[in-house]
Design a protein around this ligand. Structure first.
Ligand code: TRP
Length: 443
């Protein structure tokens, strides 16, 4: 059990805040034209993410087991079809795919932290960030090495069951990351480009919006909040009865969204100040822009080390929450200890991560859905599987789950509030997911 409301909020925020906020949000905003994407993303957080987060937490708290077993319990209790257990399966598959590329990108942050440590001891400065980034992608050895290190760090914590220890450290490290971002924002003020960054991020230009913009924003809302794969359900299982679900869900969503927006406001002034094209920054955006700021500012090297190390820590706490569901699943199959289950899951995910790592070099010419291998895995898991998983969770919670259960888990909502949650979860959220998937398919 979480000892308090704060403990739950910290743990869930540790899962939510990660590469999604600081690496993925700025690059998607860049690729999708800025303001309109950000507006749709915020709308998806409020209207789709929040109600589904409440649904995941309440299902978890009622079931009090791992996602697949929670779904088994909820369906057999209510006499519903066992088919709903498929939600747990989709979630596990999505977690495996997401962690496979997440770990490679986590490795990028470790590699950059290392490059700056070397610089501190006289290594060559990063004068041409584009070239440094391209060189990293071109080197299978570098990518696989740091991917392996990142995966070992993740599996180490899960196998040894020391998540609690990491969470204690995170209490100090995450606020520090927030301060580092604030510092970058302050640096941005000195460049005089903050206004331009605001305009780019918050002035919607709907002429730039396509089906793919909507889907990217929806997928990012799920990705950033760690929703749609029953991860938050796992956390809900440990939430005491007397804690208000809507309040903790709102707090976690607000924390997560603030970090993403702050990251955007820290990065785009740098992008504009150094004349980088804000359109189509791609997954390299923070790695090709921020080093220019680090070169320019006072104490840039230690600042860069702090930034990349703290970003790696944020990624680490998120990756642990991605390794949990497959590990729990293998343990429940019975024949493995927790330690070997974590190792087995990590080995499979590590191997799948090679697809991402080698997709940048050896298999660079391979295209799926017009994307490179990393882009394809990222797209299928984050933009298709998470929204579909979330849709099923929402429909299950609103239409299938017995009303006395959901009402009982949301006692602090008045009747109006409860009805609003039901409408959002049962009609609006599934409707938006279906509409957006349709818009994308229809081109
Ligand atoms: N939300 C995390 C981030 O933004 C990534 C993450 C952790 C995640 N657990 C998840 C994404 C579960 C989807 C589902 O970096």
């Amino acid at each position: 059990m979480w000892s308090s409301r704060l403990a739950f909020i910290l743990a869930a925020s540790g899962s939510a805040v990660g590469l999604g906020n600081i690496w993925r949000f700025p690059y998607l905003a860049s690729d999708n034209g800025g303001g309109a994407f950000v507006l749709i993303y915020l709308g998806c957080i409020a209207l789709v993410g929040l109600p589904i987060m409440a649904a995941e937490i309440l299902m978890g708290r009622h079931g009090r087991m791992s996602p697949v077993n929670t779904l088994r319990k909820l369906t057999s209790e209510g006499g519903h079809s066992k088919g709903w257990v498929v939600i747990g399966w989709i979630g596990m598959a999505a977690a495996v795919m997401i962690l496979s590329f997440y770990s490679v990108v986590g490795g990028w942050t470790l590699h950059y932290a290392w490059l700056y440590v070397e610089q501190l001891f006289g290594g060559a400065p990063i004068t041409d960030p584009d070239a440094t980034f391209t060189a990293m992608l071109g080197s299978p050895g570098t990518l696989v090495f740091w991917h392996t290190v990142f995966m070992l760090l993740t599996v180490g914590v899960v196998a040894m069951g020391v998540e609690k220890g990491l969470e204690r450290a995170v209490k100090f490290l995450m606020p520090l990351l927030f301060l580092i971002l604030l510092g970058l924002f302050a640096y941005g003020l000195s460049t005089g480009k903050v206004g331009q960054a605001f305009e780019f991020l918050f002035t919607p230009d709907f002429s730039k919006v396509h089906g793919s913009t909507w889907l990217a924003a929806l997928g990012q809302a799920f990705f950033s909040l760690s929703l749609g794969m029953c991860g938050i359900m796992t956390y809900g299982a440990y939430l005491p009865r007397d804690i208000s679900i809507p309040r903790v869900a709102a707090t976690v969503a607000l924390t997560d969204t603030s970090v993403a927006l702050l990251a955007g406001l820290a990065i785009f002034p740098v992008v504009f100040a150094f004349g980088i094209d804000p359109a189509g920054g791609g997954p390299g955006l923070i790695f090709t822009s921020l080093p220019l700021a680090f070169n320019d500012m006072a104490f840039g090297i230690p600042y860069a080390i702090a930034f990349f190390v703290l970003l790696a820590v944020a990624a680490w706490t998120s990756s642990i929450s991605l390794l949990e569901p497959p590990t729990a699943f293998i343990v429940e199959k019975g024949r493995f200890s927790r330690k070997s289950a974590a190792l087995l899951a990590a080995a499979v995910i590590w191997a799948l991560g090679l697809v991402t790592a080698l997709g940048f070099n050896v298999w660079a010419s391979v295209r799926i859905f017009g994307r490179d291998l990393q882009g394809a895995v990222e797209f299928i898991a984050s933009d298709l599987m998470l929204p579909v998983g979330g849709l099923l969770i929402a429909v299950f919670a609103a239409w299938v789950l017995r009303k006395d259960i959901s009402r009982g888990e949301l006692p602090d909502l008045g009747n109006g509030g409860y009805t609003a949650w039901k409408v959002l979860c049962g009609i609006l959220a599934p409707g938006m997911v279906l509409l957006i998937l349709y818009m994308k398919l229809a081109g």
